[in-house]
Design a protein around this ligand. Structure first.
Ligand code: SF4
Length: 347
């Protein structure tokens, strides 16, 4: 059992099965997740420590490389126990000491989105819940050492998070648990290309309190299929139906991700179709200028093209904003994570 990725409600029965009274579960969880200290040093376990140590498999996630951009963004390479690597990005908030971690859910990715470097790697394997939590703790220690606070998470690094749903769900359960150092659910965003069943489960499991971001990138099925292979099996009509049923408590809304690909998805007819699709959906379109990578078959839009797309959407009544790239020079911007050095995620 990897304690780093075991939710509290699974830990207590697991310890009980070893003959360890359930009352010790909170001590163990607190040691691992609040103090983030060695299990062997847990106070008050007495004779129960030995069987717990036998049960616990260590999880190591270390930062083995880092590359900082001049805008303060830092691309991190996380080394895993089997020698594989994944990437994450620490993104400082423009004001104050808060930072966001963009983290990975898989080694590589099976979704093969045409604008994404990770998609060229193929899927090597899923990350465990412990490896997902391990990225957060390693990045948190890094941020703390720099006088910053890791307050926000976005699952937009390597991998399709809902393709590894159980591990992502368990990792979030650990990270939100009040026995540890609970993160604010409202500050976590999980992105998906549109795995319908998993979107429904995600909505049920977290009641819509964790932000859902949909990688849409087109206004029509035809254009979407040019960019995202999943669009050949999941239509925009099905996506729309699923999103309309997604719970959005309080002031929550959906985030709709749209990589601007000039000449591909920015034509007036495409924006008309997107506006019609968005009608009735409580969401904001995030326009992301395409970030280039070696071998990509698209070009980056000019600033004018991105701004024209923004105006085009707003004129059609669609709430939209631009997410200007950060971390490009360290290859840490959206869609650029591909382990340029020491690549290990290839299929
Ligand atoms: S955009 Fe996300 S889902 Fe698509 S290939 Fe890249 S990592 Fe995978």
């Amino acid at each position: 059992m990897q304690l780093l990725g075991t939710p509290f409600d699974q830990l207590a029965p697991a310890l009980s099965a070893l003959g360890v009274p359930e009352v010790h579960a909170s001590k163990v969880f607190r040691q691992v997740h609040h103090f983030r200290a060695p299990l062997a040093d847990t106070p008050g376990l007495g004779k129960h420590l030995a069987p717990i140590l036998d049960l616990a498999e260590p999880t190591t996630v270390d930062i083995v490389e880092s590359h900082r951009s001049s805008d303060g963004t830092e691309r991190l390479v996380f080394g895993l126990a089997d020698g594989k690597q994944v990437e994450g990005v620490l993104i400082p908030n423009p004001i104050g000491d808060r930072v966001t971690l963009c983290l990975s859910s898989q080694v590589g990715c099976a979704m093969a989105c045409a604008f994404c470097a990770t998609g060229t790697l193929g899927l090597a394997r899923n990350l465990s819940a412990a490896e997902i939590v391990g990225q957060v703790y390693a990045a948190d220690a890094r941020a703390t050492a720099s006088g910053q606070r890791l307050t926000h998470l976005v699952f937009m690094g390597m991998g399709e998070p809902l393709h590894n749903y159980e591990a992502v769900r368990d990792a979030l359960s650990v990270l939100f648990d009040s026995h540890g150092r609970p993160m604010d659910m409202r500050r976590v965003t999980v992105s998906t290309v549109g795995l319908l069943q998993k979107i429904r489960r995600f909505g049920e499991d977290f009641g819509g309190r964790v932000q859902l971001a949909l990688s849409l990138h087109a206004g029509t099925d035809e254009t979407r299929a040019r960019i995202l292979p999943i669009a050949k099996t999941v239509s925009m009509a099905e996506l729309r139906e699923t999103l309309l049923a997604h719970p959005l408590p309080g002031s929550r809304h959906l985030m709709i991700e749209y990589v601007v690909l000039p000449g591909v998805n920015d034509a007036p007819e495409e924006l008309d179709a997107l506006a019609a699709w968005m009608d009735g959906i409580d969401g904001i379109v995030n326009l992301i200028p395409f970030n280039p990578f070696a071998g990509a078959s698209f070009r980056s839009p000019t600033t004018e093209e991105v701004v024209a797309t923004l105006h085009g959407l707003r004129e059609r009544g669609v709430p939209a904003k631009i997410r200007w790239p950060r971390g490009r020079e360290a290859h840490g911007a959206c869609g650029q994570l591909m382990l340029a050095k020491g690549a290990s995620g290839g299929a």
